[in-house]
Design a protein around this ligand. Sequence first.
Ligand SMILES: C[S@@+](CC[C@H](N)C(=O)[O-])C[C@H]1O[C@@H](n2cnc3c(N)ncnc32)[C@H](O)[C@@H]1O
Length: 240
Amino acid sequence: MTAHSDQPGTEELEPVSEEQLAQQLAYYSSRAEEYDDWWLRRGSFDRGDSANERWFREAGSVRSALDSTDLGGDVLELAPGTGTWSIHLAPRARRLVLVDGSAEMLARNPVAGLEHVRTEIADLFTWETAQRFDAIVFTFWISHVPRERLTSFFASVGTWLRTGGSVFFVDDLPVAATEPHVAAATGQTMVRRLDSGASATIVKNFYSADELGEAATAAGIELEVRESGTLFQYGIGRKR
Ligand SMILES: C[S@@+](CC[C@H](N)C(=O)[O-])C[C@H]1O[C@@H](n2cnc3c(N)ncnc32)[C@H](O)[C@@H]1O
């Protein structure tokens, strides 16, 4: 397995501890109130007209890819957070299940109260379900999965998907390491600043298309990984 060219080789990376995973989740709960500033390019994330225009243009191209993916029926969204993408999934799903570890993030998800939407507050590194889904979506989540857990994460996705079911994901390309809330990046972790001045260590991996494709293939999923230009990596898959 080769790491993305901007990260050291896998063999040099320290595994992520349970404490670091707990800190990552706590970070999102603390960040919930300010989280949408990142996606909407507000406050310190407003980097001027040209950068913002690129952001929204590339985000729009990812959204078009989502719109053209078969995401109906019983849909599972992993780590939906404040619902940036849930709002596009809920109108298309017969039933939507949202699983996130942070009550604070989920409390801001606009679709969480809808009749056909079920929410679960759970740790995705231990969560299990006997339910099977027609589609599974995870946005800005895969980069937070430690390398040593990537194969098992995809194995779970493969298990939870019905044959012929779809996968959609989107995440950051490595340029995200230059965002204003990044204080430092080492190995597979990053130190992030909050508006309060507090900081926390999170997991941030920039997986190559090959690494993701390999993990997906092992889980019985054919995954095509694309880039929006400079900012986002996204993928569309189908379980064989
Ligand atoms: C970068 S945010 C992505 C949110 C949303 N999908 C989006 O595209 O904006 C990461 C999400 O993962 C959740 N999360 C972090 N660690 C988790 C864990 N161990 N189990 C479940 N959710 C977790 C956070 O609460 C947060 O909502």
